[in-house]
Design a binder for this molecule. Sequence first.
Ligand code: AMP
Length: 446
Amino acid sequence: MPDPDEPRRSAKPQRFQAPIGTRDLLSPESERRRALVDRFAEHAALAGYRHLVTPMFEDLGVFTRLGAATDVVTKEMYDFTDKGGRRMALRPELTASVCRAFTEHNPAVLPWKVWYSGPQFRHEKPQKGRYRQFDQVGVEALGSEDPDLDTESIALAWRFFDDLGLRRVRLLVNSLGEAAERARYVEALADYLARHTDALSDAAVATLARNPLRVLDSKRPEDGYVIAGAPQLSDFLGVASVTHFERVLAGLDSLGIDAEVSPKLVRGLDYYRRTTFEFTAESLDASQNAVGGGGRYDGLVEALGGKPTAGVGFALGVDRTLLACDAEGVFGPVERTVECFVVDTTGGLTGYEITEALRRAGVATDRSWAGELTDEGLGRPRSMKAQMKAADRSGANLAVLVGPDELEVGAATIRRLRAGPDQAPSAQRRVPLSRVVSEVQTELGR
Ligand code: AMP
């Protein structure tokens, strides 16, 4: 197979397409996506999270602090040297940027609770549900170790999925313990896996060398047998970690949130401590069904040069959440149309003025445009028939017509293009120009 990243060579001027792993989002899909982000913003605001916008690129170091064993940093980063010779990277995720912003602004009130949305960039092998540019929404709360904050974070995502209408989202939770506990476990796990390399897939052996924890993510059956006998992380947790985790589970239970403890849930980023969680959409293919995840990252702010600060949060994948909505037939796209269409066959400015007056009054309005210019450089009005066709295609319920007859008596005709309450399609009446806006509003039930 040709390498998709290799540029094609041809003699003709090149026609460009969106880069591999990216897509143009057209209406109504683009609007549906915005509606999803708006919905998320409402949930975040209800829980006291404030909007944070950070740059789409950062100093490379902001992300390399995420850990040398983190794939999104070592293998998938869009890093580059800018014209000033600085090493930069397009953000592969947002938690590191949030921690960088926290350190930079040193907010007085803790926990600092923020939400965000926007594109992330990872040089992955694209497939359905896996892109090189994809959107996330998420929250982070910095400055408190309170396990109830972990519960709040999980509950926010859970309510959001529920509000979208998704009924087949599973919540998996685990505790990775304190840094030292996790480190001891990783050592024991690496030891165990090293003794079983004969039975592991080549891919798992390669992963073992970089990050033993990630071997637990393997979905290959041969690895499954080895993983089944691996040491359990829960056996390495100290009393404080266990108590913290139990409080999170009790909190979720009290809110009626169905959490499954998944001892092998380790997640991709190295910096997680204690609580870690993931949401999977059971309606999606198992290989790409993670719709979101998060956890505690109590050491990250410090790694970025800040004071020791606890943090917890999550990021949800917008693309996959929308795929899950498709699979469950909920939160569908809404086709938006204008409400009114202005047809003017006189070539004067009346249609133009009516259009602007309607828009100022809050009526979504469009009009038709000249196909060609006259010798004087003016738009030649299209025929009534052509303009009415455009009106019909626009999806508007009403048309306002201005022809020479109407103009002569200072009037316009309001015509129904689609049946309304008590109104047949094509019902029409003439109204004075001064009353067009108010009559249109009445027709639209305002
Ligand atoms: P992560 O930042 O890796 O924890 O990812 C959080 C969520 O972002 C995942 O659960 C996915 O829903 C989504 N996600 C991660 N990588 C991609 C990608 N390449 N394409 C689409 N969505 C992604």
